[in-house]
Design a protein around this ligand. Structure first.
Ligand SMILES: *Cc1c(COP(=O)(O)O)cnc(C)c1O
Length: 727
């Protein structure tokens, strides 16, 4: 990576830019502290982006820290850790797959995703799918798995959410300046910056490629904001999930077809290709086209070779999450293309034809399934649902034998764990606990943490959350972005000692954010009992086109303004990684109320649990596998109701009853020392049972052993066989 020069950085701390340009720092509290110590206010102002910090900080500040012995000692330690991390040849992958490790760097798994959620400084994600992709890359880096990410850079990112005093969601976009992001132009083997070309109807679109380094893992992001493109094409990659269907198909052509060309231009020889959701589905077509045109294979032969080492992960049973395009768009964008695959129009469309009540559609999920050979869902229950949902693609086998397996999602522990708790884990689980974090035995040490220590850190984290909320309100008030009546709705009256429940996620209606409000009087009573106050913090964006989702936000926001709720219902604007981090670390209980079985996995509750925040959730997605009767609470049972209204009523009743009879009494039961002993047992059990299993370390190991290695092996065999065949 060619890192730009920063003229004012003193020689003694000359490696700060190197650190800034590797997102390794983003999950290392000591490295973060190194940047923060340069100028704490500026660090907040630049949204924790070290490149912007180094570009804008006063040279005197840099000169000052370069003279500060304490700072320099920390600097030396962080850089020593950084070097150790990058140079260690003794990773999990090197130990378990020594032969693959040797050839790994030149033949990585390439991981395609429409979004990557790595850090707040790179706002190119919308939610769970992107965060999962970011955590996947970080874990691959930790484990030494050779992997390269491929995606799109969205210079205007995903929208920032502002709520009007009436609770109406407004969407704002800010333009990112590539020079201020921790990325550089990607270069090919000849050292020249890469620009690739993709054909769209009647024109060529030029795409440049950026390189972001995530520990050992490179991430390549494509960007159509290139001078040579006409203005509308420069906008193709501008916004994540921003435009209409035509914009969307153009984005997916850049991602899939452009992505394959970028991989080639980078000189990579992937061992396996992983599609994180169907958005990149066109990549299989482009790989087939290359084999047909350059190696003379037939479509059928080429498809077999391509499918052999392609892995596809489906992420949702909800229709809106499964992209599909009307056939007129396919005609418009692919009529120049199917001939080069050796296919007629009908054959091409039949690859992904989905008969819908409103007519035939071209389904990206079906395309991905047809051009892959390994498929997985993201939790056990989601596996079952997906096998039913896609059974029609494998009509010859019984539903249980539909070849869609499941690998349950996890989270990147060090990204989501509060530094305050990380220090305690180091003390009680052993200094090398991070290297053993997916081994359940590592977590037995949780029992050695004294109750007082655990309780103190939990209280401190809640206070930190309340301070964070108040500081945001103060800043918004100062900048004239807050009407006085919004202050209470957005948390001015939060009580750092009250039992605090967090609910933060996308406001899609199946997530039922308003379930708690079915009986307003009962809720008000429950929140306001003397001596046992309860407060609930909501956060989340609705997709700008999702009117019912936006109505849910309006309803919650208006409730938060009502005097009857006494400031104990709060809605935080602009749910993003920063807000998520504070919430999952700072609340006492994590609430989730999806309509079963629509939550494929969910991961925010995993982040909460590893911070000692028990879940109170429907038995859906990951929680159905994690709940053991002791580590949190289950709302409802395993039943799925045909009548939605009846299901909502039953689940709401269960939720109120658990809150009234279990959660609130347990939290407020204190002994003579003022400690909630039984509560802390739940906290420990949540950490112990969730942290090792629902981590991306466990998850990426499973992907490697169950999908990547078999795919790579099969891919090699088939490529070899075809090579022989043709010669
Ligand atoms: C973790 C996370 C998500 C995904 O969590 P869910 O449980 O699937 O809602 C979404 N958005 C942000 C900002 C997150 O950090």
């Amino acid at each position: 990576m060619n890192i730009p020069t920063f003229p004012f950085i003193p020689g003694r701390i000359a490696r700060l830019p190197e650190l800034a340009y590797n997102l390794w720092w983003s999950w290392q509290p000591d490295a973060i502290a190194l940047f923060q110590a340069i100028d704490a206010d500026l660090w907040t102002e630049v949204t924790h982006n070290p490149v912007r910090l180094l570009r804008t900080v006063a040279p005197e500040r840099l000169a000052a820290v370069a003279q500060d012995e304490v700072y320099l000692a920390r600097y030396d330690q962080v850089l020593a850790d950084f070097d150790t991390y990058l140079q260690s040849g003794n990773t999990w992958f090197a130990q378990t797959h020594p032969r693959d490790a040797e050839t790994g760097a030149s033949s990585p798994v390439v991981y395609f995703s429409a979004e990557f959620g790595l850090h707040e400084a790179l706002p190119i994600y919308s939610g769970g799918l992107g965060i999962l992709a970011g955590d996947h890359c970080k874990a691959a880096s930790d484990l030494g798995l050779p992997l390269a990410g491929v995606g799109l850079l969205y210079p205007q990112g995903y929208f920032k959410q502002h709520i009007t005093p009436d609770g109406v969601q407004e969407a704002h976009f800010e333009t990112l300046n590539p020079d201020e992001l921790p990325m550089v132009p990607a270069r090919g083997p000849d050292g020249r910056p890469i620009v690739i070309v993709v054909e769209l109807p009647g024109r060529h679109v030029y795409v440049k490629v950026w390189h972001i380094q995530v520990g050992r893992v490179p991430l390549y992001l494509m960007d159509t904001n290139v001078d040579a493109n006409d203005p509308r094409d420069r906008e193709i990659s501008a916004r994540l999930y921003g435009g209409d269907q035509e914009m969307r198909i153009a984005q997916e052509i850049i991602l899939g077809i452009g992505g394959v060309r970028a991989v080639r231009a980078l000189g990579l020889q992937p061992s396996a290709w992983h599609l994180n959701e169907g958005h990149a589905g066109f990549l299989g077509l482009e790989r087939i086209r290359t084999l047909v045109q350059e190696q003379g294979l037939t479509f059928a032969e080429a498809r077999e070779v391509v499918a052999a080492n392609t892995v596809f992960t489906t992420h949702t049973p909800v229709a809106a999450g499964n992209d599909e395009f009307p056939l007129w768009l396919i005609d418009k964008y692919f009529s120049h293309y199917w001939g080069s695959l050796g296919l007629s129009r009908e054959e091409f469309i039949d690859l992904a034809r989905h008969s819908r009540p409103w007519g035939p559609m071209f389904s990206m999920t079906m395309l991905a399934m047809r051009l892959a050979s390994q498929y997985n869902a993201v939790s056990q229950l989601h596996g079952r649902v997906s096998r039913q949902m896609w059974h029609f693609l494998w009509p010859e086998v019984p539903v249980d034998e539909v070849p869609i397996t499941s690998i349950t999602n996890g989270v990147h522990t060090c990204t989501w764990l509060a530094p305050e708790l990380a220090r305690i884990y180091t003390q009680y689980l052993g200094p090398d606990w991070e290297a053993r974090l997916d081994d359940p035995a590592t977590w037995n040490g949780i029992d050695h943490i004294p109750d007082e220590v655990l309780w103190d850190v939990r209280r401190a984290l809640k206070r930190k959350l309340v301070d964070f909320v108040r500081e945001r309100l103060r800043a918004a008030w100062m900048h004239g972005e807050l009407a006085p009546e919004q202050a209470i709705a957005e948390g001015a009256l939060l009580d750092p000692e009250a039992l605090t429940i967090g609910f933060a996620r996308r406001f899609a209606t199946y997530k039922r954010a308003t379930l708690l409000f079915r009986d307003v009087a009962r809720l008000q009573h429950l929140l306001n009992r003397p001596g046992r106050p309860v407060q609930i913090i909501f956060a989340g964006k609705a997709h700008p086109a999702d009117e019912p989702g936006k109505a849910f936000i309006r309803n919650v926001y208006r409730a938060a303004r009502e005097a009857g709720f006494a400031g104990r219902i709060v809605f935080l604007e602009n749910y993003d990684i920063v807000v998520a981090r504070h919430l999952v670390q700072g609340v006492d209980v994590w609430l989730n109320t999806p309509r079963r079985p629509l939550e494929a996995s969910g991961t925010s509750g995993q982040k909460a649990a590893l911070n000692g925040v028990p879940n109170l959730s429907i038995l859906d997605g990951w929680w159905r596998e994690a709940y053991d009767g002791q580590n949190g609470w289950a709302i409802g049972d395993e039943a799925e109701w045909a009548d939605r209204e009846a299901q909502d009523a039953a689940d709401a009743e269960s939720l109120y009853t658990i809150l009234e009879n279990e959660v609130i009494p347990l939290y407020y039961a204190r002994d003579a020392a003022g400690l909630p002993r039984a509560w802390l047992r739940k906290v420990r059990q949540a950490i112990r049972t969730v942290a090792p299993v629902f981590s991306t370390h466990r998850m990426v190991k499973e992907y490697t052993q169950r999908l990547y290695i078999p795919a790579a092996t099969r891919g090699q065999k088939l490529a070899a066989a075809n090579g022989t065949l043709k010669r």
